[in-house]
Design a protein around this ligand. Sequence first.
Ligand SMILES: O=P(O)(O)OC[C@H]1O[C@H](O)[C@H](O)[C@@H](O)[C@@H]1O
Length: 564
Amino acid sequence: MSAPVEAPLSVSLVDPQLADAASALVEKLVGDQVASKLAAKDASLWGPDAQDEASRRLSWVTLYESSKPLVERLTALRGELHADGVDRVVLAGMGGSSLAPEVICHTRSGSAVGGAHPITVLDTTDPGQVSDALAGDLSRTVLVVSSKSGGTVETDSQRRVFTQVFEANGIDAATRMVVVTDPGTKLADLAADKGYRAIIEADPEVGGRYSALTAFGLVPSALAGVDVDGLLDEAAAAAPELQRDSADNPAILLGAALAAAHNAGAEKVVLADSGSGLIGFGDWAEQLIAESTGKQGIGLLPVVVESPDAPGFADHGADATVVTLGPAVGGAQIATEGSLGAQFLLWETAVALAGRLIGIDPFDQPDVESAKQATRELLDGSGSDSDSAAEVEPALVDGPVEVRSLGGDWLGSPSTLADALRALIAQAPDHGYVAVQAYLDRLDDASAEVLRPEIAKRTGLQTTFGWGPRFLHSTGQYHKGGHQNGVFLQITGSVADDLAIPDQPFTFGQLQHAQADGDAQVIAAHGRPVLRLHLADRAAGLVALTNAVSEASAATGRDTEVTR
Ligand SMILES: O=P(O)(O)OC[C@H]1O[C@H](O)[C@H](O)[C@@H](O)[C@@H]1O
């Protein structure tokens, strides 16, 4: 048992106008006793249509207790693996099955029990990035295969290739596989059949994005050396405060403020870290907010920015609410502070409460499946090739960048990449947003991340950045289900060395491109413009693209840089 945890948790509504707008909603939540009803797992809180789903999705409110028995088992498993010389943890998992352990491991690497151990999170189909993970020291590697549904194609593909490469290196793959999944999935059956090292069943009554404190968050983190008992204690220490029907309950304040902002047209939630010490928390919150609320044409769009100084934060417009994780700085309207375990529970509770106030079901994700379906059809050949972005002749080839468009006849006849970017930006309505979707290698092509602040600075539009296919399991729901005012910049890249997926008729490279094509088709079918840029040379293409963004801003009429 860890030492008792003092977990000061606070939400400050710094902006008086927002605090004022939120106060009526705070009163309503308190009067309706929503916090205590949620603590009692009352599934009726989101209305009759959501009740059935909610009745199977509320175990997250007490995970700080129900996950405790896992701790001992995980400590023992880690000890056994270490005794075998296995201390490199690779995690195969998407969305809710990898975002929380990534934050936990990075945040806690300084406070790990018995010394920190690295974790490699593999939430990608990029052949280069998967190959790099395979090139690590396999003699010391355990693969945690995490999937609630047990059927996610990225995770299954990673499991297949690791199995093959373990065996090729003379390692019994079954001894290196730890599976986390819901009871009764086909992954659970396969793991039992093959005699995998461990099968850890997760609580099926918790959805993926609320599963930080279930086996999905705890197994990889504990194997990587994190004190997960302490994390649960942090959440336990915060719980009484979050369950109180009181106007100073931090979750009530945060949920009411987000809903009040949404209802006043400030539906983008810009998240910047201001010294919280929680590394990557914004990426975890992004999935929680986008998938929980982005549906029925409304919702909150999370925009994770580099710092409170980054474009989109201090210079935000009336369409955005700016939030610091950590102390309020740089014009923050809301600030949240607290330990990691406490902040997981705070944000989960606040988003569930905001969902009630906005009028959506926070536990479903009705638009995620459409892109998966389109990808499957492209891979099995049942989709029409003419629907595939890759099959369309480029409108333009500018140096290393091939330019195509989907979602209407808006591109015209660009003569440069900068023209094409201008045409895309011109499609954004006032208070719209730009989504940059990079189907590239998150490590080797990391320079792509500069596109977000550059585009935001030069257009004055809120701009998000996501690695594909990672974001499909996060903001992907919002893009299709939320406010339909986005324009989409999709980037794919050439594949130098493709990687086969054992016993599948497609490679990682083909899967990655089919995921890009499938999502582009679905977004275009919603009538939204997609500019598809294929980088025939990734490094040169990213340089050309960054230059084109500066060039394009000179004539978009949206260049706010000069006016600031
Ligand atoms: O854990 P899995 O079943 O593999 O699912 C991984 C992810 O898949 C989908 O995209 C869902 O929308 C996400 O909420 C989920 O986290």
